[in-house]
Design a protein around this ligand. Structure first.
Ligand code: PAF
Length: 290
């Protein structure tokens, strides 16, 4: 699928693939010269319907859609799943063939050239706690690679899934703080019929774990309903956390936060319930509006 010259190329089963920044910029410059608007959907591949829904939304909002596929090493901590993260490039390109105008699939040296020493360190309520408490340094890697992708591509809009709600907030904050001229859009979480949020990591779930995995979303819905009805959030959360533990989940967090800042929640403001829990070797994350 890749082209040794690094130039975009077309096959019947794939959009053109750019492997380096020069080829990406050339394609985007040609579209811009024709007055076209560009959307970028950053991904790590192993695409599912959640990603494809973002690509379709990108199509609706812009004239051209670029999908980046890059498994970003700097956002994985020691002992995390970088080596076994699913890599399904040909299938991803086939799924994108009818939807995307260009796939940007750089190698690690293109994104992190030798000698590079600049990283972005997000801070503040959007970053603190939740994922950051369990994956220290994760958002440093995410913010850095997303800033690079935005600067390499220069899109009008970039789309990210709400399933990674904290990531979306960290990116929105970073784009505002660094005056990066792009509009960030969040796409609704896509779920299986039983409520499980789609994730590239769901394929790690064994048969029996897959059957139990929707209990996370069910517990979150019960929490949200009770909190909306005026029950005490702390005790509702403690009780659902216990029920998840009883069902075999190792709960990293189940927390109510302000939906915009991710700081402490206030009843008069929109709130978000966010969770991460491990089921065997698989770490599931999810969030819902309250
Ligand atoms: O959500 C993801 O797939 C990744 O964190 C992202 C935004 C593509 C950065 O590597």
């Amino acid at each position: 699928m890749s082209d040794p010259t690094g130039s975009p190329r077309e096959t019947a089963a794939s959009p053109p693939v750019a492997q380096d920044v020069a080829a990406l910029r050339l394609a985007v410059a040609q579209w811009r010269a024709a007055g076209e608007r560009v959307a970028l959907v950053p991904t790590m591949g192993a695409l599912h319907e959640g990603h494809l829904s973002l690509v379709r939304r990108g199509r609706a909002e812009a004239d051209r859609v670029v999908v980046s596929i890059f498994v970003n090493p700097t956002q994985f901590g020691p002992g995390e799943d970088l080596a076994r993260y699913p890599r399904t490039f040909d299938a991803d390109c086939a799924a994108l063939a009818p939807l995307a105008d260009l796939v940007f699939a750089p190698q690690a040296q293109e994104m992190y050239p030798p000698g590079g020493s600049t990283m972005i360190n997000p801070e503040g309520p959007a970053t603190a706690g939740l994922e950051d408490a369990f994956r220290p340094g994760h958002f440093r890697g995410v913010a850095t690679v997303v800033a690079k992708l935005l600067l390499q591509c220069g899109p009008d809009i970039a789309l990210f899934g709400e399933k990674d709600y904290q990531q979306l907030k960290v990116i929105m904050r970073m784009v505002a703080d660094l005056f990066i001229p792009v509009r960030i859009l969040g796409g609704e979480t896509v779920r299986e019929a039983d409520g499980l949020a789609l994730s590239s990591r769901n394929r790690y779930l064994g048969h029996e774990e897959r059957a139990r995995a929707p209990l996370l979303h069910a517990a979150m819905q019960r929490c949200a309903t009770a909190i909306r009805a005026g029950e005490d959030a702390t005790s509702v959360i403690a009780s659902e956390r216990e029920s998840l533990t009883h069902a075999g989940f190792a709960v990293d967090y189940l927390a109510l936060r302000d939906a915009d800042s991710l700081g402490d929640p206030a009843p008069a403001r929109p709130r978000r319930l966010l969770a991460a829990a491990r089921l065997g070797e698989t770490r599931l994350i999810d969030n819902i509006a309250v």
